[in-house]
Ligand binder design. Sequence first.
Ligand code: GSH
Length: 266
Amino acid sequence: MEETKQDSAKPPEPEKNIEEDNSSSSSANLKLFGSWASSYTHRVQLALKIKNLAFAYVEEDLTDKSPSLLLHNPIYKKVPVLLAGGRPIPESLLILHFLDEAFPGTSPILPADPFDRAIARFWAHFAEDRLGPAVAAVFSSSGEAQNAAVCRVHDELRLIEAELQDGAFAGRRFFAGDRIGLLDIVLGCGSYWLGVFEEVAGVKLVDAGEFPRFHAWLSDFEEQEVKAIIPPFDKLLTYARGLRQMLLDPNGDAGGVVAGSAALTV
Ligand SMILES: N[C@@H](CCC(=O)N[C@@H](CS)C(=O)NCC(=O)O)C(=O)O
């Protein structure tokens, strides 16, 4: 299905579901292709909100991707994609960097100091490379494999907790300082799923006693601008239940509900 669309190389159809965000703004013509449950999309929405940039939004059905998405992100075929003045930028982290570089005057999300920038990037990479896959392993496993995966998540969270306690981020309200920055966005937009996964997978990932600083940071983060972006808990729960069922039993009933399984990630 995807291949057919891509091969047909039709010009993009007029986009549906476009909502104009009326926040104040620049003259830049920004359009975001995203998906409602995608934490990667939420990263970009949050950065746009923090930077107070107006944008048009196109909701993608990841089980039936639009010709526009395939045209603008032919390599990975994923959301988010940001069109800036008609030019596509895929990959959420690259989009966050682009927004900060293209709009330096509006609430920077990267630190001004090059060393602090490097550290924020290091931990953003850690979130992508280590924490994210560890959490995904918990969600897609059960029994002994799941117990091992939970231990791995705890090991990774311990490293972050140590940085919050006496490392690079000690004494800060957010990783970036008094305001949310790149690392808060990257870690936070993945971490609000942790509570959903705990419930769906029946595990404890973020114990307030064991990870007091990370726990407090996450609660604080969830009350910020992102609150208007994260979908309701119940909606995420229903989505995650279907996804987990499908991951544990790809040939079961849920396989039909979430057809095109590769497309469905958080
Ligand atoms: N590394 C990408 C990951 C984006 C991603 O995984 N997007 C998912 C939705 S959360 C997607 O579009 N999946 C469709 C697919 O895999 O076909 C980023 O940071 O933007």
